[in-house]
Design a protein around this ligand. Structure first.
Ligand code: ZN
Length: 407
């Protein structure tokens, strides 16, 4: 009996030992993987997110082909994936509405028989009314042509920059690449189909990761997810830098804080209606889903996909002590080549919050590409030069704020 017994025991022990060793090994491996996740943000995820947001199915995250709502659903799915909870008891979405002039249909222009390419050779001024006409243009000056009878104006410009209008005018204005300028009156044929929507429904996406130590204190990370949408049924504005980059950075921060529970609660707000006049952020600031007095700091991310020439911080001279913290961390750790301090500016979604006295920065990167509000703002040419460093800077800054703050 005994020898057999002991043989059995030693066999069991060996198996148990092997199992134990495997367990130890796999936990070490897991620890190593999560340690890596602590340090580095997921660049592959960042790029994938920007590519997704700029893909054709979202059609420029605007007012044509349901693009804005489709991109909303994608972002919502990602926030849920990182275990972000809804900010309000009624869910993640905060709906609001606004009027907007849209161009869902045909968009064509011929000058002297030559077909111009929408988005590349010409854009329609966003407040334009629709027009289907042909005729002869009269020269007003060297870069402006009109057909008064059809209330059509054609202007030649060096850079075509599109935007969103919340009103419809009684004329049709078209901006043409000045390389196509010829100095004679021209025959034209134009079709612009517009649709003015009185009450376009959009939603801010609002989530939160609860803090461990002071869940009532808040840091807000914000970025707008809307862009310009489509101009006609074929051309859309991808908006990789503006603001696929900011949303991607926000989602990476959500992922980071889901793996590394923060001391304060971190709120994530993806605004709609920014390009139509900072409308989503205004709506949130007037109808906040959190107690704004508990917000220790707000960081708004918009145009964060470059960085060759560092970054600019709007409100740096308004919230001086926080800027000093940010700038010191950056110098210490050698993240961005330089941080330019700027004063107050109503140029992105932070604006309404700092107007209400909430400490806020708007951070954007500089250099790299010239594309802005045009069809060339695409993922392929977005350099993401300081994307990783900016991520690290924000994490370190938040860490400092959460440790030092009395609020
Ligand atoms: Zn923007």
């Amino acid at each position: 009996m005994k020898p057999i017994e002991s043989l059995r025991i030693s066999r069991i022990t060996k198996i148990q030992y092997l199992r134990f060793a495997m367990k130890v090994f796999s936990s070490i491996l897991l620890l190593m993987i999560s340690a890596l996740q602590l340090i580095a943000q997921d660049r592959t995820y960042a790029i994938k997110t920007i590519e997704e947001l700029c893909s054709q199915k979202y059609f420029g995250r605007g007012y044509v082909k349901g693009g804005l709502d489709k991109s909303r659903d994608f972002i919502l799915q990602e926030l849920k994936r990182w275990k972000v909870s809804p900010m309000s008891s009624s869910g993640f979405l905060q709906q609001f509405s606004f009027p907007v002039n849209t161009f869902p249909g045909e968009m064509s222009l011929e000058l002297d028989g030559a077909k111009l390419r929408p988005g590349i050779d010409f854009i329609v001024s966003p407040e334009s009314t629709g027009l289907k006409a042909s005729g002869v243009l009269t020269m007003k000056d060297s870069s402006h042509y009109v057909d008064a009878a059809n209330r059509l104006q054609i202007s030649y410009l060096k850079k075509l920059t599109w935007s969103v209008a919340v009103q419809e005018s009684d004329y049709t204005a078209i901006l043409v690449d000045q390389n196509l300028l010829s100095n004679k009156a021209e025959n034209y044929r134009v079709t612009v189909e517009n649709k003015f929507i009185d009450n376009f429904k959009a939603s801010n996406i609002c989530g939160v990761i609860k803090g461990r130590k002071k869940p009532d204190s808040l840091i807000l990370i914000t970025a707008h997810y809307d862009h310009l949408g489509g101009m006609g049924s074929k051309v859309y504005f991808p908006g990789a830098n503006d603001n696929g980059s900011g949303i991607s950075l926000l989602l990476n921060l959500a992922k980071h804080y889901s793996l590394n529970a923060p001391d304060y609660s971190i709120g994530f707000i993806c605004f709609a209606g920014e390009e139509a006049g900072l409308l989503g952020s205004r709506h949130f600031s007037e109808n906040p889903l959190v107690d704004l007095k508990k917000v220790r700091f707000l960081i708004n991310l918009d145009l964060t996909g470059t960085g060759e020439e560092g970054a600019t911080v709007v409100n740096a001279s308004v919230f001086k002590s926080e800027f000093e913290i940010l700038d010191n961390i950056n110098r210490d750790k050698n993240y961005l080549s330089k941080i330019t301090a700027r004063g107050k500016a109503a140029n992105s979604d932070h604006y309404w919050f700092s107007e209400k006295g909430i400490p806020s920065f708007f951070i954007y990167t500089n250099g790299g590409i010239k594309a802005y509000h045009d069809v060339y703002d695409i993922p392929k040419t977005l350099p993401l030069t300081e994307f990783d460093d900016l991520f690290r800077l924000i994490v370190a800054f938040n860490e400092n704020i959460m440790k030092s703050s009395k609020r």
